[in-house]
Design a protein around this ligand. Structure first.
Ligand SMILES: Cc1ncc(COP(=O)(O)O)c(C=O)c1O
Length: 413
């Protein structure tokens, strides 16, 4: 992996910052602040995807019957090396939602089982947990109410206390599974995933890690983490094409876990069951190869540290302009997404409660977007740092928010 002599920083972006815009597809005048939601890929990654896409069209039978599975295996082996696990422990899936469903809907829950999740868990995951509860007798959710800021120790303590309180009930129930975000969505917070996993496992609880935001944003060592299941999206922070995620299932559970779409390879083993999802275009998954090639030019450390430093500094700059604060004083909880408080007087303002109002306002008037949400009695925006952004972009975004908020605050409601 290439290691630059000195790592790029927001004040000295080196190969990063606005000069990266040419590698991506943004037209003039479009600045992307929401990489965290859907990611985006580079021109070189698109070329790589098209290489796979065209291979399929040149000879569909050869592609599907002979070439596809070895190509998928090669990408899995690259990912395994990157995340320090075995190739045979990984399956490529379309996205985190699919991976979470594969695990949750394969596990056999029995009456009395409880599923622990954070109140800040992602909506698709929360709905999947609800589905499991709705379709099983006496399976219920144990929710950990998360209000940031909290230190890592406080987070672990709160989760452990929830587990102990459940045990103390002595009512025949048990927390069977915990679904934990490595990095939560809104607010965006890097959780102490190793400490949480170790603690939960010490109580015999299965741990499913929603790492949707992790690959490409933070280093991952799955053997060290030793969670029971991990799912991460390559199409968010790694720059592969949307529709590429990777599910980690250690060998001890592979007989239990099946894809959500059962197909002809049912019960022939983990690799084959997950290698075919029925007829579709697999070039998005294979574009992970192109993402690795792009990233190798700069090195993982350089990419991750630039994004993190930009998120931390950018968040401070925005908070200063807005006269507010960032959500957490602990910089390691920031990753590459920072939550900045928006000084809205009435956080129940009817306009911000109107679906799509702010989305349209920001996109139509300013051609930009950053998600905003309530948390802990305040209103926040989440801003994604990226290698194509610089500090001046954060200044611009803060000034846009200032105008939007002045408009909202001017109206007495
Ligand atoms: C924490 C978290 N989990 C799961 C998902 C779902 O990812 P996908 O839409 O790729 O399935 C997201 C998407 O933003 C997320 O932020």
């Amino acid at each position: 992996m290439a290691a630059p002599a000195s790592l790029p920083t927001p004040s000295n972006p080196g190969p990063f910052g606005h000069k990266q815009r040419k590698n991506f597809f943004f037209p003039e005048g479009k600045t992307e602040f929401n990489h965290g939601s859907y990611g985006t890929f580079t021109r070189s990654v698109q070329e790589n995807m098209m290489k796979w896409h065209n291979s399929a069209e040149l000879n569909p039978d050869r592609w599907v019957r002979l070439d596809l599975k070895p190509a998928l295996r090669k990408v899995r082996s690259q990912l395994a090396e990157f995340m320090n696990c075995d190739t045979d422990e990984l399956a490529l899936v379309q996205n985190t939602t699919t991976g979470i469903n594969a695990v949750m809907r394969s596990l056999e829950f029995v009456p009395g089982d409880r599923i622990l999740q954070f109140s800040t868990g992602y909506v698709n995951v929360d709905r999947t947990v609800h589905y499991i509860c709705d379709t099983h007798k006496d399976v219920e959710i144990v929710e950990v109410p998360v209000v940031m800021p909290m230190s890592d120790q406080e987070i672990v303590y709160m989760v452990e206390k929830t587990v102990q309180d459940q045990i103390a009930k002595k009512d025949g129930t048990r927390i069977r599974l915990a679904v934990i975000d490595w990095i939560s969505s809104v607010p965006a917070v890097v959780h102490p995933i190793k400490a949480l996993t170790d603690m939960l496992k010490s109580y015999g609880i299965l741990v499913l890690v929603d790492a949707a935001h992790v690959i490409g944003q933070l280093p991952m060592d799955l053997t060290f983490l030793n969670a029971d299941f991990v799912i991460t999206n390559c199409h968010k922070w790694m720059y592969s094409v949307r529709g590429s995620a990777v599910l980690y299932v250690p060998k001890r559970y592979q007989k239990l876990i099946h894809p959500t779409a059962i197909q002809g390879d049912y019960k022939t083993g983990f690799e084959l069951e997950f290698a075919w999802n029925g007829t579709m275009d697999y070039s998005t998954m294979l574009s992970v190869e192109g993402a690795f090639e792009f990233r190798k030019q700069y090195g993982e450390e350089a990419i991750m540290s630039y994004m993190h430093k930009l998120a931390v500094q950018g968040g401070k700059v925005m908070a200063e302009i807005l006269g507010t604060n960032v959500l957490t004083p602990y910089e390691h909880q920031v990753g590459s997404m920072v939550n900045v408080r928006l000084p809205i007087k009435n956080i129940d303002h009817p306009k911000i409660e109107t679906p799509d109002y702010l989305i349209k306002y920001l996109l139509d008037k300013y051609n930009l977007y950053a998600p905003s949400y309530k948390h802990g009695g305040y209103y926040w925006t989440r801003v994604s740092a990226q290698i194509y952004l610089e500090l001046s972009d954060f200044v611009h975004l803060a000034n846009v928010w200032k105008e939007v908020i002045e408009d909202l605050n001017a109206e007495e409601v």
